[in-house]
Each structure stands twice: as C-alpha cells, then as structure tokens.
Design a protein around this ligand. Structure first.
Ligand SMILES: Cc1cc2nc3c(=O)[nH]c(=O)nc-3n(C[C@H](O)[C@H](O)[C@H](O)COP(=O)(O)OP(=O)(O)OC[C@H]3O[C@@H](n4cnc5c(N)ncnc54)[C@H](O)[C@@H]3O)c2cc1C
Length: 426
C-alpha cells in the first residue's frame, strides 16, 4: 500500500537549501542584474557561473532530464517539488539549468538525437553555451497542427526548408531553432541564410524560413516524426509550467494573507471581514487542489510515461491557468490600489493567467482531449433509462433477493413493509 504524501527527509534538506539559495542569492542578483543568466559581460557571467556551480555541487543541475537521457534522474515528482520553489523567482529556472524553451528542446535531443547531435547541441545547451527556441506555431493556425505548412525538401546532401513560423519565443536571441516541418523536426542555426526574423512581435518571433539549407544530419529523429517529437516535448513542458504555477499561486497567497493581517477598515483588520475570508479560503482550497493534481500527475509520469498521462497533463494544463487567474485576482483585489500597480508582482501574475491558457495549446483543446479520453471509459446505456434510474435498480434488487424471499417469507414480509412505508413517504 504505497500511498505517502511526505517528502524524503534527505530531499527535503535539498529543498530547504534551494529555498534559502533562491531567496538569498538568486533574487538579489535578479534585482540588480536583470536577465543576468543571458548576459555576455564577463563580470556578470562570473557571478552567474559562481551560483550555478553551487547548484551543480548540490547535484541539482538540469534535473528535468531522466537518467536514461543523461540527467540525474530525480523524476517528475522531485522536479515538481523543486519547481514549486523555483517558480517564485523569475530567473531561478535558468539558474538551475531548467528553463523553457531549452528544457523541452533538450529533452527532444536527449531522446531522439544521435550521439553526434547530442555532442554538437545537447552538451553546449546543458552548459548554457548555446540557447535555443522552438518554431512550431504558424501564422495561419496554431491549435491544429494539420494546418501547418512549413516543409523541407531534400536536395542532394541538404534539406531545404520553406515556410513561416509565428510566436517562436526568444527566436531572435537563440543560437539554434527547432523547426517543426510537416515532414520532420529540424535543427536550424539562427544565422543560416534565409532565416528572416520579422521586427514584430519582439519577444515571440515571426520567422520566415526562406530556402533555408541545412545538412542532412540536422533532421532530428525519424523523417515524418515531428508530431511524436512535439508531443514528447510539450507533455513534459506543460507539467513543468504547472509546477512553477503553484509557486506563483503560493506567492500571491502569501501576499494576500500578509495584507489581510496588515490593513484595517471599518473597525477591524480586513482579514476579519467575511468576504476577505472567503477569498482566502477559496484560494487556499484551489491551490491545494492544483498542487495535489500536479504532484499526482508527476508521480504517475514517473511510474508510467508522459504519453500514458496525457489526460492528466491536459487536465493540469487548463486547471493551472484558472487557479492562477482566480488566486492572483483575489490577491490583487485584497491588495487594493497597490495591487493595480506594477510595484508588486501581482499585476504581472494576473496578466500571465490568460497567456497561460493559450501557450502550450489553448485550454479548449486540452478540455476536449480530456473529455474525449474520459468518454472512452464509458458506454451508452441500453434501453431508455440511465444505469442509475432508481425504479430499474429497485426492480433489479428485488429480483436479486427473490431466491432469499422464496426461502424466508418473514424476510419478504419485512421488505414489503419497507416498500409500503417508502411508497407512502413519496
Ligand atoms: C506566451 C506564449 C509563448 C509561446 N511560445 C511559442 C513557441 O515558443 N513556439 C511556438 O511554436 N509557439 C508558441 N506559442 C504559440 C502557441 O503554441 C499558440 O498560441 C497556441 O497553440 C494557439 O494557437 P493560436 O495562437 O494560433 O490560436 P488559434 O489556434 O487561432 O486559437 C484561437 C482561439 O480559438 C479557439 N479554438 C481553437 N481551437 C479550438 C478547438 N479545437 N476547440 C475550441 N476552441 C478552439 C480558442 O478560443 C483559441 O484560444 C506561444 C504562445 C504564447 C501565448
């Protein structure tokens, strides 16, 4: 009977270290040198490297990679507990070598790359000497991969890629782009001739791939395997986002509770007003439910695979956006006028909720996936009545008892008595 909600004490010690490290080292660096992890300045780089060395010494570098993929193999549950802390600090995932979009791209490389491809791309990505982006969505359609048109044609010892991609996050600053074509997943160095990055949007780029030529060994995984690779990538990515969302919700919740005890109105501290209490209680319950759902899903992935957990991952995906929206709204509201400014993290958190409902697949598609998969476990009822139609169940129960009644007329009389009594009450 393996059912345990406690954290292994040894791992808890590591989590305590992470909490302290993020609060005392990562957050101050972030306030003084924003985006330090990406800085090319040697002084800032050495600050970052110093902190990252401490992470490595703790054995916590890039822990999203399973052992068979060359990582430390902590698994998704332990990663979830770690991300619950990292998600509170915007630069912490990169400080721990575990930030999107690189994590998903590294997972694909680790799972499908040849030894040579791993050496060329995965190793420098793990060392943050190479940054990547993921080009899947296209201007004419994002939710339906059947609408994608970007295609590669083989020409001698090269592939020639043509098409357009939309919303490639950090494409402009990436060294390599993972480009999903209708006939395979390709790795394209950003500086390859024909990679045309459009001026807008600034951070999530519109990229035209115009006669882009890459060598044959830039195809990742099998030809025509892009959808399988994409699933592999996105499945992991979605649960990692959810783990970090719990951290964001906890941060909003802490701010809400602190404020509830710190302000007064109409003769009481606001935490004594029932409508404030309702917001606190609802937020508490929603965070607890999300956390259990995410950790249970992580545990299931560890015991099966992302593929087998698709229904749970999709459930997590649309639930996290809703919980973040509700909890950050409650916190923002309780913070009053200050909550409407950018002087606390709440505004950014609240505006992130609708984004979260779109990135990594829109919520509607995930809800449809959940409903479709869940319905596979059901059958339509026979005849007119649902299985739980009470008169039919009662009739079946009487039929089941009939042999006992035949043997025992007193039991029958007792049952008839109950029947008459209940008929009168109705
Ligand atoms: C912050 C952020 C970062 C992103 N990063 C990347 C990235 O790095 N690389 C990348 O390739 N893409 C990225 N995307 C794009 C993302 O994958 C797409 O936005 C997403 O798949 C939806 O596609 P779309 O925007 O074209 O919306 P559409 O597909 O046009 O959908 C628009 C709306 O139509 C409705 N809808 C669509 N389909 C259905 C359906 N089946 N049932 C019911 N309603 C439906 C929904 O209301 C949906 O919100 C990112 C998006 C965001 C917001």
């Amino acid at each position: 009977m393996g059912w345990d909600f406690s954290t292994d004490p040894e791992y808890q010690k590591k989590l305590d270290w992470v909490e302290r490290f993020c609060r005392e080292e990562v957050e101050p660096l972030e306030y003084v040198f924003p985006y330090a992890v990406r800085s090319k300045d040697p002084k800032i780089r050495s600050l970052v490297r110093g902190l990252q060395q401490q992470v490595k010494d703790q054995g916590l570098w890039a822990i999203f990679l399973d052992e068979d993929l060359g990582g430390p193999g902590y698994g998704q549950l332990q990663l979830g507990l770690l991300n619950e802390i990292l998600g509170r600090y915007p630069s912490a995932p990169q400080m721990f070598g575990a930030a999107a979009p690189d994590t998903g791209n590294m997972e694909m490389l680790a799972a499908y790359g040849t030894e040579e491809q791993k050496e060329r791309w995965l190793k420098p990505m793990l060392d943050q000497e190479l940054w990547s982006a993921y080009s899947m969505t296209e201007p004419q359609g994002g939710s339906d991969p059947n609408l994608f048109r970007t295609h590669a044609v083989r020409d001698g010892d090269e592939w020639v890629i043509n098409g357009q991609k939309w919303f490639t996050s950090a494409g402009r600053v990436a060294d390599i782009l993972f480009v999903m074509c209708t006939n395979g997943m390709f790795v394209v160095p950003r500086e390859t001739p024909g990679v045309e990055i459009q001026p807008e949007p600034r951070n999530h780029n519109h990229i035209i791939y115009n006669e882009v030529r890459v060598p044959l060994d830039h195809l990742l995984g099998p030809e025509d395997g892009a959808k399988v690779l994409a699933q592999r990538r996105l499945g992991g990515g979605r649960i990692h986002h959810a783990m970090r969302t719990i951290a964001q919700c906890n941060l909003a919740f802490d701010m809400m509770c602190e404020r509830a005890l710190s302000r007064e109105s109409h003769g009481k501290i606001i935490g004594e007003h029932q409508m404030v209490q309702e917001k606190i209680a609802d937020s508490y319950a929603q965070i607890r439910m999300l956390r259990l759902l995410v950790l249970e899903t992580a545990w299931k992935i560890d015991n099966t695979s992302t593929q087998e957990c698709r229904t749970d991952i999709a459930t997590v995906k649309f639930t996290m956006a809703r919980v973040l929206r509700d909890v950050s709204f409650n916190a923002l509201h309780i913070m009053g006028s200050l909550g409407t400014t950018d002087l606390t993290p709440l505004q950014a958190m609240y505006s992130a909720a609708p984004t979260m409902g779109i990135a990594d697949g829109v919520d509607e598609v995930h809800k449809a996936t959940v409903a479709r998969n869940v319905l596979k476990g059901y059958r339509p009822h026979e005849g007119y009545w649902p299985t739980e139609y009470i008169p039919a169940k009662r009739e079946a129960a009487w039929a089941r008892f009939q042999p006992r009644f035949d043997e025992d007329p007193e039991l029958l009389a007792l049952a008839e008595g109950y029947k008459a009594y209940l008929a009168k009450r109705r």
